[in-house]
Design a protein around this ligand. Structure first.
Ligand code: NAD
Ligand code: MG
Length: 387
């Protein structure tokens, strides 16, 4: 039995994770579920999975959940506040943690799981973008096992040699190009949040859907790959592949290129991380190559997707530049979703914030979270300049 804490249980990755776990009741046991404030959703999850703990960061929501559970005779203990996330990841009974909170809000708990030496299934890419070196240091110091859940990184992980990096030349990260890959650039000025969130191949939460439309998602993933696989930015090539069937590739010095393929369904990388190195049923439909028919590839267009360039700039400058990039992006995406800024203002805001907030040497997680706060405040100052 593998005892699991699931952070972000009510989100897109969270519910897909529960869907895989539900198929293997004799292999996985849910120790704790955690979310921000979605009461109805977590209430139903607690009734089904009966975890030892349920965490709602929002105290009012947690109080409501507590009173609902009291009348149903369920023994799950309800905790609240951000510190409770760290309690449920580092508990001695926990074997593995699925880190699937969205944004830098997921950093402290993912880092705590790494520092506690757990098996960390990492969906929260922002943790590695903000705290790459410190995060990897924590993994190395504690002996934690870090398993990437992001589909591209999970694919690379499957295609790399089991031991070491001998013979690897480059990582080829595939990208769908999002919903606006073929739109005329002039049409992008009045894109709505609904259009940006309608991804052609994947169903995801709103933040990562907008990131896919701007291709900042791929930028964040280049930084994520840099830390996970110790690869120089120049050795990570983004390849636009509109069908999202090849989830990424590893190129070797002998000319071999290994690809991992499958239907675009996050339950495949989630299942691989849950029971690695074993393969288990995930519920994903088998790949039908005859229906797919063809696979296309193209180079990304830097004029259409300036966010990708911002991300390469941030990782090349190092220090806290990726944390600043990430904070500006989170503010910009939320402002776009709230209809406070237009779609094309997202890369503009990020570029201005990176110019105005100076990069520093990261010292600790607290320091990085302080940089995150300052870059968010600066981004809010920039918003009125862009409308
Ligand atoms: P989502 O918006 O669907 O869900 C987010 C989850 O995080 C919810 O359970 C929410 O309650 C919780 N949450 C949000 N803010 C929180 C806070 N301050 N404290 C505690 N919990 C909080 O997001 P998602 O699409 O599932 O993405 C989750 C993470 O996985 C992101 O980092 C994303 O980049 C990554 N990811 C997602 C996909 C995908 O297909 N959805 C693919 C690859 C990577
Ligand atoms: Mg991805």
């Amino acid at each position: 039995m593998i005892n699991i804490t699931l952070l972000g249980s009510t989100g897109s990755i969270g519910t897909s994770t529960l869907d895989v776990i539900r198929r293997h009741p004799d292999r996985f046991r849910l120790f704790a579920l955690a979310a921000n404030s979605s009461i109805d959703s977590i209430h139903a999850q607690v009734l089904e999975f009966r975890p030892v703990y349920a965490v709602l960061v929002d105290a009012t929501a947690a109080a409501t959940l507590r009173s609902r559970l009291a009348s149903s005779g369920v023994e799950t203990e309800v905790l609240d506040g951000e510190a409770a996330l760290e309690t449920v990841v580092s508990h001695p009974d926990v074997d593995a943690v699925m880190a699937a909170i969205v944004g830098a809000a997921g950093l402290r708990s993912a880092w705590a799981a790494a520092a506690a030496g757990k098996r960390v299934m990492l969906a929260n890419k922002e943790s590695l973008v903000v705290a790459g070196k410190l995060f990897m240091d924590a993994v190395a110091a504690s002996g934690a096992v870090l398993l990437p859940v992001d589909s591209e990184h999970n694919a690379v992980f499957q295609c790399l040699p089991a031991h070491g990096r001998q013979g690897v030349r480059r990582i080829l990260l595939t990208a769908s190009g999002g919903p606006f890959r073929t739109h005329a650039i002039e049409q992008l000025s009045d894109i709505t949040p609904e259009q940006a969130c309608a991804h052609p191949n994947w169903e995801m939460g709103p933040k990562i859907s907008v990131d896919s439309a701007t291709m900042m998602n791929k930028g964040l993933e280049v930084i994520e790959a840099h830390w996970l696989f110790d690869a120089a930015p120049d050795d990570i090539q983004v390849v636009v592949h509109p069908q999202s069937i090849i989830h990424s590739m590893v190129e070797y010095i002998d000319g071999s290129v290994l690809a991992q393929m499958g239907n675009p369904d996050m339950r495949t990388p989630i299942a691989y991380a849950l029971d690695w190195p074993n393969r288990i049923e995930s519920g994903v439909e088998p790949l039908d190559l005859f229906t797919i028919g063809r696979l296309d590839f193209e180079a990304p267009d830097p004029a259409r997707f300036p966010c990708l360039g911002h991300a390469y700039t941030a990782i090349r400058s190092g220090g806290t530049a990726p944390a600043i990039l990430n904070a500006a992006n989170e503010v910009a995406v939320q402002a776009f979703l709230d209809r406070r800024i237009p779609f094309l203002a997202i890369p503009e805001l990020i570029g201005r914030c990176m110019e105005r907030v100076e990069s520093e040497q990261p010292e600790s997680i607290d320091h990085l979270l302080d940089v995150d706060r300052r870059a968010r405040a600066e981004s809010e100052q920039i918003i009125p300049e862009l409308v």
